[in-house]
Design a protein around this ligand. Structure first.
Ligand code: GCU
Length: 594
């Protein structure tokens, strides 16, 4: 095979891969023309999934009195979208299975326009139909997806039906076991998004790795014919750059830019305009670099200590999956009140608005995909599922300055298959985004008799930052054992203490050795903070957890009542003693410039 032929084959392969890369959802739908389909939807609970066989998706009606129909959406119970179903109706609190959603909406087709039915998320498996025709299906409960509905839309009344099933599966991501509530439903916004025939699908505008004055980016057009031109503009600094797309519709950019750098103390965002012949999108983007040096994490080239807290996407006060701007702002304001410059969004991608709010409020973010505890490491479908969730979250949030770390997993049992699985995930994340740090929350260490704990987890080799979850004083060891515990690491990498904590029922008081009292929790925090202060590799922490959250694993009556009570704040917004212990610690750290 001559060299020329070989090069031609390789180039075709690269183009084909770019063209055949699995599709991600439209980026930045809030910056596009769209019709919201949020609100009240008709629903049918279908524990035996008869809906497929009974063609619920056609939403047909009896034409004569003799026609046999055993479902009727219009006269069925309603659910609000967005929202999980578990907290909307007492009878659905523990429900796991399929529920069918239906609503109609009027629409008139626009010339030269395509329309996508967009979902912010649906937990866990969803199938969608429009006017009786199947649009597609999606697996994964926490990332956006959309379907091109242009050809199925009709002028006038349109009928959309979505089956959502939150049944857990052993080959799933997550698997069968979690310590959070398996909230089901159309948990985030639903929109009909209009784009021109040739449209901007996605784009990246970030500083080049390790460079504070060079922008690296790309714009992906879909439907481009020939070498269409696209441009990136940052009006505030008088910058406009144009480039032509290649055969796959992608244009690459690299240009000098003198911008204020984004940081928690100065969360500066710039309006960025991405445009092509027929399409234009505006975004708010911050510019910062994130890197490591030995055991330090560098933000814009300078060491930073991550004063953090772990959280769940749980709505304050009403519980359920958080989705509104108010939910998000309450949770992030509590983190700010604690003195945080960092949050760990455990254990799955949160709603996009929360990431944009973190950009605005100056909170660095650890984002994670739900590779949680034990899953089917050897199952290729499970790996593909995890990869697609990773691809979707990176595609959605790769322009968020706040996002500093992509986490591949949480507390996974060490085995060669598991390490191989996580190794390939980490490699995939780097391929999709070479600008951010890759991490995982580890919870395995060797311990010798003199209380030295050594983290040498083989997966550490593939990570930029080691996350460590440990529960001394709660699940293992006595609180006082922290006073002489030492931590060692087989890798010269930054360490984030991604979890430590203790349960406490708000307003339950006693001595500091009595479980579930505020005094016990505060005592654990004091000792844990003192222990980690002695560990030079520690570059940050995100104790477990900001707020009490629902969990099916916590039935203790009168104390837990199916809530994990390790929050520093109760689900009703009441601060526990440990809240002030951590707040004090962070105040002192910040005063020292950390
Ligand atoms: C684990 C886990 C969390 C869980 C917490 C707990 O480490 O990562 O998801 O909620 O510990 O037990 O409270």
């Amino acid at each position: 095979m001559t060299r020329a032929v070989l090069v031609a084959v390789l180039l075709t392969a690269i183009c084909l891969r770019a063209q055949t890369a699995p599709r991600t959802a439209l980026a930045n739908v809030s910056g596009r023309t769209s019709i919201s389909l949020d609100g009240t939807w008709n629903t049918i609970i279908d524990p035996y999934e008869i809906g497929l066989g009974s063609h619920f998706y056609e939403n047909s009606k009896p034409k004569t009195k003799s026609d046999l129909f055993e479902f009727d959406f219009e006269h069925s119970p309603k659910l609000h979208v967005p929202g999980d179903w578990n907290t909307q109706r007492e009878s659905l609190l523990f429900y796991e299975g399929p529920i069918w959603y239906q609503r109609s909406f009027s629409y008139y087709k626009q010339p030269e326009t395509r329309a996508f039915l967009y979902f912010g998320a649906a937990n866990y498996f969803a199938r969608a139909w429009l006017n009786g025709k199947k649009l597609g299906e999606h697996l994964g409960g926490f990332t956006p997806f959309d379907f091109d509905a242009t050809d199925q839309l009709i002028d006038g009344d349109n009928n959309v039906v979505v089956e959502v099933d939150n049944t857990r599966h052993p080959d799933g991501v997550p698997g069968l076991k979690t310590d959070w509530w398996n909230y089901g439903g159309l948990t985030r916004e639903v929109r009909l998004v209009e784009v021109p025939q040739t449209y901007i699908h996605d784009y990246e505008v970030q500083l080049a790795k390790g460079k504070v004055d060079v922008v690296d980016g790309w714009v992906q057009l879909v439907g481009a014919r020939g070498a269409a031109e696209v441009s990136i503009e940052i009006p505030e600094v008088g910058l406009k750059q144009s480039a032509q797309v290649d055969a796959s519709g992608r244009a690459l950019f690299r240009f000098p830019a003198h911008v204020q750098l984004w940081s928690p103390d100065n969360p500066k965002l710039y309006q960025v305009v991405i445009s092509s012949a027929g399409d234009k999108i505006t975004d708010e983007i911050g510019f910062r670099t994130i890197d490591t040096h030995g055991s330090q994490i560098l933000l814009n080239g300078k060491p930073i200590f991550l004063r953090g807290i772990s959280m769940h996407e749980e709505a304050p006060f009403r519980s359920g999956r958080a989705f509104s701007e108010q939910d998000d702002r309450t949770l992030l304001s509590w983190a700010k009140e604690l003195g945080c410059n960092f949050i760990r969004m455990a254990h799955y991608p949160y709603n996009e608005e929360m990431l944009r709010l973190a950009d605005q409020m100056g909170l660095l973010v650890w984002e994670e995909i739900p590779v949680y505890w034990d899953i089917q490491w050897q199952n290729p479908a499970t790996l593909e599922n995890a990869k697609s969730q990773l691809r979707d979250v990176i595609s959605r949030d790769h322009n968020r300055a706040a996002v500093a770390l992509w986490s591949m997993s949480n507390e996974t049992p060490i085995s060669p298959e598991r390490t191989e699985f996580l190794k390939s995930l980490a490699a995939y994340a780097r391929q999709l985004d070479s600008t951010r740090l890759i991490t995982s929350a580890l919870n395995h260490w060797e311990q010798n008799d003199s209380d030295v704990r050594t983290i040498s987890d083989p997966v550490g080799e593939f990570l930029d930052v080691l996350g460590v979850n440990e529960y001394m004083g709660w699940y293992e060891a006595k609180i006082e054992d922290t006073d002489h515990a030492q931590w060692k690491f087989s890798y010269d990498k930054p360490v984030i203490v991604s979890e430590f904590g203790a349960g406490a029922q708000y307003n339950l008081h006693g001595d500091d050795q009595t479980r579930f009292t505020e005094e016990y929790q505060a005592n654990v925090f004091r000792h844990q903070l003192a222990m980690w202060q002695r560990v030079p590799e520690m570059a940050g922490m995100s104790p477990w957890v900001l707020m009490d959250f629902r969990s099916p694993r916590r039935p203790l009556p009168g104390i837990q009542d199916y809530f994990n009570r390790k929050g520093l704040i109760s689900d009703q917004g009441q601060r526990k003693q440990a809240f002030y212990v951590l707040q004090r610690f962070y105040k002192d750290k910040a005063a020292l410039g950390h």
